[in-house]
Design a protein around this ligand. Structure first.
Ligand code: 5GP
Ligand code: ZN
Length: 172
């Protein structure tokens, strides 16, 4: 979907109403229409980008600044005991709206189990698999950001590291 039709682009442009809580030159934040808790906010870049892996380092840096400000404000406003910050990339991860967004969700001690286990169960992997995935992620991290370009324009190191991703598969 292009930025003309995109729901969150339209919200950021004010074409679709939202309960805005924060705005700066690059970012926009508004209440989630289906709040998981009081003060559930979505923080988005004004620029249309779908996932964090498609965004440039500069885009993510400005968004992180807005995210921190909104997180502090949401926690103060709701007197929350904690905050969950979630961000889904792609259908497999539960992304419904195809415009990068961070969920800022105030959390309360009275809610019960606050852990990530409420979303994903712990899985056991053997030591060798854990070592292999750690080294593959570490290899793939090399070179990212050195060019300060979005990672769609890959560096040589990135392309080389990419070749290694086929080596591993996890069974669920
Ligand atoms: P996702 O699953 O993509 O990470 O989350 C999308 C979020 O966007 C959901 O929590 C949903 O409630 C919220 N949402 C979807 N449509 C609208 C809308 O039109 N306005 C607002 N404020 N939130 C929306
Ligand atoms: Zn968009």
């Amino acid at each position: 979907m292009d930025e003309k039709q995109c729901l969150f682009c339209r919200i950021a442009r004010g074409e679709i109403p939202s309960k805005k809580v924060y705005e700066d030159s690059e970012s926009f934040a508004f209440l989630d229409i289906n709040p998981r808790n009081p003060g559930h906010v979505l923080v988005i870049p004004k620029k249309h980008v779908v996932t964090i892996t498609e965004a440039s380092e500069e885009d993510v840096s400005s968004l992180a600044k807005a995210l921190r400000r909104v997180a502090i404000a949401a926690q103060k406003a709701t007197n929350a005991d904690g905050l969950s910050i979630l961000q889904n990339n792609g259908h497999a991860a539960g992304q419904i709206v195809a415009h990068l967004h961070f969920h800022v969700i105030p959390r309360f001690s009275s809610e019960g189990p606050p852990s990530l286990e409420a979303v994903l169960q712990v899985k056991k992997f053997d030591e060798e698999s854990m070592n292999r995935i750690a080294s593959l992620i570490s290899e793939n991290a090399k070179g990212i950001g050195e060019t300060a370009k979005p990672n769609t324009e890959k560096t040589e190191k990135e392309s080389a590291a990419e070749g290694k991703k086929e080596e591993i598969s996890f069974e669920f």
